[in-house]
Design a protein around this ligand. Structure first.
Ligand SMILES: [Zn+2]
Length: 148
């Protein structure tokens, strides 16, 4: 959405988000069934027919799929997967879906494992969510806290 539209019509951003980025449960809603389906998104952007079958959540659903589904719904989550089980799609697919639906930018903060700040940064990333990228002072304060 062009910036002038947001300036001229302040509610436009909220309305577009509500219309394009909030999935309904109607089975006949082609938009939501297409744009909110983790498996369709995986196939579209990565060419796979399904997520890795293991590990699974408590209900037996592939954990990758569960994490992507929660991310695509905009829910906060902490996903912990063993090395080599495809963690990157867990944040790439929700980011691509968000951009596809509303043109939003996603910033992924992935602290280097070798640094001692990793556990602290992971905890703060889970708890911290700026209202927008325009909240630059809050973003800078957070980055400074993570720096050793
Ligand atoms: Zn819908």
């Amino acid at each position: 959405m062009p910036p002038w539209v947001r300036m001229q019509f302040p509610d436009a951003t909220r309305m577009v988000k509500g219309l394009r980025d909030t999935a309904c449960d109607a089975p006949d809603c082609a938009w939501c069934r297409e744009k909110s389906d983790p498996v369709k998104a995986l196939s579209r952007w990565f060419g796979f027919d399904g997520f890795r079958p293991t590990p699974t959540d408590a209900e037996g659903r592939p954990l990758q799929e569960r994490i992507v589904d929660e991310g695509m719904r905009g829910n906060s989550l902490l996903g912990i997967l063993p090395t080599g089980t495809g963690k990157s799609v867990c944040y790439k697919i929700p980011a691509l879906a968000k951009f596809d639906r509303i043109g939003a930018l996603t910033v992924v903060i992935s602290p280097p494992v070798a640094r001692g700040a990793y556990p602290k940064a992971q905890i703060e990333a889970r708890c911290w969510q700026p209202d927008s990228l325009s909240d630059a002072p809050a973003i800078l304060r957070t980055f400074k806290r993570w720096r050793l």
